[in-house]
Design a protein around this ligand. Structure first.
Ligand SMILES: *Cc1c(COP(=O)(O)O)cnc(C)c1O
Length: 400
């Protein structure tokens, strides 16, 4: 009997009191995951349309990710960023080829990559543009939780947190060219934006805006930094979200999906911008072979010819289903690209919808009180998309 009880999940658990309080977690303990599914401590299964916040682009415990991890873990885990390692070089070459940018610096989180982008732009301003250091960013933008990234972000709730603030960021509204034009001064070194504001509630920069912004920044001698931490590596149905606009940034950051679930981020830049000198930038874990080996496997998988076509198909299916639900229950717009979608709600009850959906076995996210966000695995199948839509239909029916 003892053997059997060890196999059965324990339905009761008490959360550890040793964890520092940073968020309110539901009383669920996740113990395993496979593809689009998570299993909790009581054996209940959940269809996951959050995927670690758009991180597990190939789903939970994809053989692509675990295979690369297991292989590399038995070969070489860390030899210090002061030495070359094979996966680090391979991934840098892959990212350079796919993005058209020249150089890559690896980091462990999106915020760290963005911090690097801000430092690189400031160094460029200091050495190439008479000490210019001002960076224009967007209202409601999100760039991470370090002090500089919080200052760069446009979250109203962060305005007065953790003073004194890192200086040098001017905020303008999204898709407003005139505002950016007016904000650029001799002290401006860069404009830094997300192609789609994910945390803000999935609001896209239009392709036209990106094109005009590229032209404006180029003509004014200002760097264009794209934060593709959430949108990059296939999330929008393209390898990078800037591609449909036919532009190229001077600096780009990647994170989230790049590691398929493991901590891996990158800062990419054009040759002319790469002005770091020895000692300016670094980090103990940066470019370690264990994480970069996973990055290589993820990028290889996503760049297979059929992969992004399937993302488009699932995107059309999910967006179409959400639009039907919106009509059925008199809700708001469906927005976003690829598998980064949001559904606007007429009431500020998104958190309630999220909780009810979770009870019924579907994980979704509420980036704002009146919006639901959907960021399933990029390799989710058609049946799983239908299943998610069916659960959401039941939740909405019950709440209507
Ligand atoms: C998540 C996110 C970040 C921060 O990434 P972390 O890995 O959490 O530091 C930065 N920018 C964007 C656009 C993001 O979505």
């Amino acid at each position: 009997m003892a053997a059997l009880s060890q196999l059965l999940p324990d339905p009761a658990f008490s959360p550890s009191t040793s964890l520092m309080e940073i968020t309110t977690r539901p009383d669920i303990l996740f113990v395993s995951g496979r593809g689009s599914w998570l299993t909790d401590h009581a054996g209940k299964r959940y269809l996951d349309f959050v995927q670690g916040w758009a991180v597990n682009c190939l789903g939970h415990c994809s053989p692509v990710v675990t295979g690369a991890l297991v292989y590399q873990a038995s070969k070489l885990i860390n030899c210090s960023p002061a030495f070359y390692n094979e996966p680090m070089m391979r991934l840098a070459d892959k990212l350079a080829v796919h993005s058209g940018l020249d150089k890559v610096f690896f980091a462990n989180s999106g915020a760290e990559a963005n911090e690097g982008a801000i430092k690189l732009a400031r160094k460029w301003g200091a050495t190439r543009k008479n000490g210019a250091n001002g960076i224009i960013t967007l209202e409601h933008g999100f760039h991470g939780r370090t002090l500089a990234c919080m200052a760069a972000s446009g979250k109203p709730q962060w305005e007065t947190l953790f003073p004194p603030k890192v200086e040098g960021f001017t905020k303008v509204p999204l898709n407003d060219m005139a505002a950016i034009e007016a904000a650029i001064t001799d002290n401006t070194v860069a404009v830094m934006i997300e192609p789609i504001q994910g945390e803000a509630g999935v609001f896209s920069a239009t392709d036209r805006y990106l094109k005009e912004l590229r032209a404006l920044t180029a003509s004014r001698g200002v760097l264009l930094i794209l934060d593709e931490v959430q949108t990059g590596v296939g999330r929008t149905g393209k390898m990078f979200a800037f591609q449909p606009a036919g532009i190229q940034p001077d600096i780009m950051t990647l994170g989230k999906g790049l590691g398929g679930g493991v901590p891996l981020a990158a800062l990419l830049a054009r040759d002319e911008v790469c002005c770091f000198e020895a000692g300016d930038q670094g980090g103990t874990f940066n470019g370690n072979p264990l994480m970069t080996a996973v990055g290589c496997a993820v990028v290889d998988e996503i760049s297979k010819p059929a992969f992004l076509r399937t993302v488009d198909e699932r995107s059309i299916q999910l967006a179409g289903g959400l639009r039907r639900l919106s009509v059925k229950y008199d809700l708001g717009e469906v927005r976003g690209r690829g598998l980064l979608l949001a559904l606007e709600l007429p009431k500020a009850n998104a958190v309630k919808v999220v909780e009810r959906a979770r009870d019924m076995g579907l994980l979704i996210n509420a980036p704002r009180p009146n919006a639901l966000r959907f960021m399933p695995a990029l390799n989710i199948n058609a049946g799983e998309v239908e299943r998610g839509l069916a659960i959401l239909d039941r939740v909405l029916a019950e709440m209507a």
